[in-house]
Ligand binder design. Structure first.
Ligand SMILES: [Zn+2]
Length: 325
């Protein structure tokens, strides 16, 4: 696949064909009409960020407008997400109300990591988008310049300080993080963090710092974590990663040489050939990240290019879900 746009679409949460209609977020009449239309659908999130799905856990259970009024009343203002086959809105409910809705509809709540592999790509992407927006709204209650309460505007996509002396506008935050597969000759560099489950190795990753290009972040992180000097690097693909507010920016890179000096963040870093990976997955000496991750996609891409191996066909332990605060 030659284009990064195609590679990104292969990543979990990244295949969301939705028109966000940012131009109409201020148009109250248009939003009101769409919100009441028979085709409107409401994604319901519980306070912990889980979404309402059908009883089988294989699709979002979007509420119609009449269902949302009957089951939730008018306690929450909807946020507009965008338009696809339906117009999608976001609703949030506290635990007790959320559970009563699920019981009433014979539905249940599903967490986003599970949704990444259990739901269709559109539903998973919409859930990730809704969760990112909801998390920002939950955390951004007060102005971080003057501490006055904030008021949501633009159909939930902007928060305005209510202090007339301040009046700052706040916008949803996304923190960029790079993740990179570094190669040298016939090997790739994988590391394992402190306190990771045993046998697990992954591509290296870290947050982009202020005043830094993405390429400089790749070079710095690889050197800080593994002591390896990057020669060249190139963008691979990206993935929304709202755990709680990141976007993962996948890169490929080449190393100047194979010298490793493991830094304090890692417990170990090693060079693996494609055959090493295949053999150690087979013998269960090695566990990789789940297919939910860009790390998996980067390794999958490299194994295919380097050795004609398909990662999905190699022996692979049940993917475990790494919990992050
Ligand atoms: Zn303020």
């Amino acid at each position: 696949m030659p284009f990064s746009s195609l590679r990104s679409r292969n990543n979990a949460f990244a295949f969301l064909s939705l028109d966000r209609r940012g131009d109409l977020r201020e148009d109250a009449a248009w939003l009101g009409e769409r919100a009441h239309a028979a085709s409107a659908r409401y994604v319901l999130l519980r306070r912990d960020g889980s979404a309402l799905v059908d009883a089988t856990g294989t699709a979002l259970r979007g509420l119609s407008h009449s269902e949302s009024v009957a089951l939730l009343g008018s306690v929450v203002a909807p946020n507009y997400l965008g338009s696809a086959a339906a117009d999608w809105f976001l609703l949030q409910a506290d635990d007790a109300l959320a559970e009563s809705v699920a019981a009433e509809l014979g539905a249940r709540f599903l967490d986003l990591r599970s949704a990444g592999t259990a739901l269709p790509a559109f539903d998973a992407g919409l859930f990730a988008y809704a969760r990112a927006l909801a998390h920002w709204q939950q955390r951004m209650r007060h102005c971080n310049a003057c501490a006055a309460p904030l008021r949501l505007e633009a159909a939930g996509h902007r928060a305005k300080c209510t202090n007339p002396q301040c009046g700052i506008e706040h916008f949803p935050r996304t923190d960029p993080a790079i993740i990179v597969i570094v190669t040298h000759g016939d090997a790739c560099l994988l590391g394992r963090g402190q306190r990771w489950p045993e046998r697990r190795y992954s591509t290296l990753a870290g947050f982009v710092e202020p005043g830094e290009t993405l390429e400089d972040a790749v070079r710095r992180e690889v050197f800080e974590e593994a002591g390896v000097r990057v020669a060249e690097c190139d963008y691979h693909s990206s993935q929304p990663w709202p755990f709680p507010a990141s976007i993962m920016l996948g890169f490929t890179a080449t190393a100047e040489d194979r010298r490793i000096a493991v830094g304090p963040e890692l417990e170990d870093a090693r060079w693996f050939s494609a055959q090493d990976i295949a053999a150690q997955l087979q013998s269960r000496e090695l566990v990789l990240s789940s297919p939910l991750s860009v790390s998996y996609r980067l390794i999958e891409h490299w194994l295919r290019e380097q050795a004609g191996l398909e990662l999905s066909t190699l022996n692979h332990d049940e993917p475990f879900m790494l919990k992050r605060a």
